[in-house]
Design a protein around this ligand. Structure first.
Ligand code: SF4
Ligand code: SF4
Length: 337
């Protein structure tokens, strides 16, 4: 199935009649996923967005319940509204990061009802990359920049560059494609030849090797320069930690959750002031170990999808791809066995 590139706005307009459609939109010279409107400037091709689309399913700040104390008191949960949404045009690395968030929020006998509601209401149209950024290394992490296997619909540019080729892969995807009757036609050959700009040497068993490297001297070297700003965690599509706090107005208030960062000293500070991760070394070690070893142990896959965002945006030029190469090649000392 395919539709003409020149019909993209018509396709989005049709979908927007029934769904809130989040698409890659350029505003103030920055591309990010925002609700589509006819006045917006959609840019499907080119580089991926710096801000990942994860906030569509897991907002930066979200009210969980409101309450009132006293005789007239109550507690009332605040659930996400009933909004059918489409995430239109997310890249394979971001689709794979949603697969990881699904595991965290929906499996192992725990279901996060807020995430579950948004995820149930979402249909995801992934888009094969046409260009890789200088820090993209998803292929070295086992992904394919041209394909997102778990998407509801996979979309690629056609071999002749004139069309977008679609493949519906789930019931939700088929339902979405049916709404485009009249705009789509049969056939179309997808162009799937995008390669990553950055190729790194990653050891097959890096997760297991890292599990033995907790005391390795590599951590002292790799932390140099980190200023603990948390940028790496906020731009990462797979970071999902949050804090819960409350906002009070007299006897009334609400509990909310907001993104948190393991790179902040407060993150592990306990009542009384003790901190099990007292310096940046312990905090960065935890971040890299979580991405490359702990998550594998719990869920059987790595939590770094090689999107390169943290590499691109770190003000101190710390680079997880360099770390992966160095750790893969590192000699284990006596303390690491
Ligand atoms: S973005 Fe860089 S400097 Fe900031 S916390 Fe992350 S690693 Fe440290
Ligand atoms: S750790 Fe860095 S490269 Fe890996 S998924 Fe997160 S932002 Fe992307």
């Amino acid at each position: 199935m395919k539709f003409k590139k020149t019909d993209l706005n018509e396709v989005l307009k049709t979908l927007a009649r029934e769904y809130t459609v989040f698409a890659p939109i350029v505003e103030n010279e920055e591309k990010k996923f925002m609700p589509w409107a006819e006045s917006k400037d959609v840019e499907m091709e080119g580089l991926n967005t710096i801000k990942p689309p994860k906030d569509v399913l897991f907002p930066n700040v979200e009210k969980m319940y409101r309450y009132k104390m006293g005789l007239e008191g109550f507690i009332e949960e605040i659930f996400p509204e009933d909004t059918k949404r489409i995430l239109f045009g997310i890249r394979p690395c971001d689709m794979r990061s949603i697969d990881s968030m699904d595991k965290v929020f929906l499996t192992k006998e725990y279901v996060d009802s807020y995430y579950a509601k948004r995820r149930d209401d979402a249909t995801i149209v992934a888009f094969g990359c046409t260009e890789a950024g200088r820090t993209c290394f998803c292929e070295s992490m086992g992904l394919n920049p041209n394909d997102a296997p778990s998407a509801d619909v996979m979309m690629n540019v056609s071999a002749d560059g004139e069309d977008y080729v679609l493949e519906a892969r789930t019931e939700k995807g088929e339902e979405l494609v049916k709404k485009l009757e009249g705009l789509i036609t049969d056939g179309g050959e997808a162009k799937k030849d995008t390669k990553c700009s950055l190729v790194i040497n990653k050891a097959e068993d890096l997760d297991k090797k890292l599990a033995k490297m907790f005391e390795h001297p590599i951590w002292d070297k790799v932390t140099k320069g980190c200023i603990g700003c948390g940028t790496c965690t906020f731009v990462c599509p797979t970071c999902y930690c949050f804090d819960i706090d409350s906002e009070n107005y007299g006897a009334e208030g609400c509990k909310y959750r907001c993104w948190d960062s393991c790179m902040f000293s407060d993150y592990t500070r306990l009542a009384g002031g003790a901190n099990p991760r007292p310096t940046k070394k312990e905090r960065l070690r935890n971040r890299y170990m979580h991405k490359l070893s702990y998550f594998n142990e719990r869920y059987g896959e790595t939590l770094c999808v090689g999107c390169g965002r943290c590499v691109e945006k770190c003000p101190a030029h710390l680079d997880i791809s360099e770390f992966i190469e160095k750790a893969s090649a590192a000699e284990l000392g006596k303390e690491d066995k």
